[in-house]
Design a protein around this ligand. Sequence first.
Ligand code: SAH
Length: 255
Amino acid sequence: MRPRFFADLALIPGHTVGLPEQAARHVQVLRLQPGDSITLFNGLGDGQPGSEGEFEATVERMGRSDVDVVIGAYSATVREARRAIHLVTGMPANDRMDWLVEKATELGAASIQPVMSERSVLRLKAERADKKLAHWRGIAMAASEQCGRNRLPLIHEVVTLADWLKKSRDASAAEADRRLLLSLREGSRPLDQSVAGRGALTFLSGPEGGLSAAEEAAAFACGFSPVSLGPRVLRAETAPLACLSLLTLSGDGQP
Ligand code: SAH
């Protein structure tokens, strides 16, 4: 695969553009030369024509830190999962959330909503939350470049689970997604029996310490039903990734 770069720019075949700083730096690190081919994509999943596919481009000029490329042919290649899978996830602490963002991007998650809940170890105040968000978006961008996705997963701002549930209850009439709570409680249905159909799915999962009974009850009131991933207790980052694997790696998840 040619080196791929996300460029938040209008990409028009025949036009010459300067690459954004990060992509330019990466091209420099790879020691590409004028005449070398790369792939560019600018898809933010905003539904704009041309935002789903990718463009061939040729390095025209290497400056000291800037790089100009000529945009070539557009190809409407889509490597998204067929079903939109949204994760609402109690953030694990340390670098486990970084890992979750990277793997969820590779596995085709449509969006990730990090939430703070009663037993969250990771608690973020405004400024640090902004920094973390930028960091996670950078990880999702790099993972998209690497794995061939032309649409970046949306990574939403950190909110409390209570606030997210409140907002989603107001919005729920408009959304047709199926809502599943990853739960260790008895009577939860096995995942594979809960995901028939083709529509969007939203998975809510807890942090290291799990969700409290009150939080689970609040989720049920917002239309979530409990599903089980089997008898083993999976770590906070493993549980949502297991759901993505089941849904996007089977034939059903392929475009
Ligand atoms: N110590 C916690 C475990 C949390 S595991 C407790 O006992 O509750 C982190 C999250 O992963 C859980 O909140 C749940 O959403 C999800 N999870 C882990 N294993 C699971 C399983 N076997 N089935 C369903 N969800 C699971």
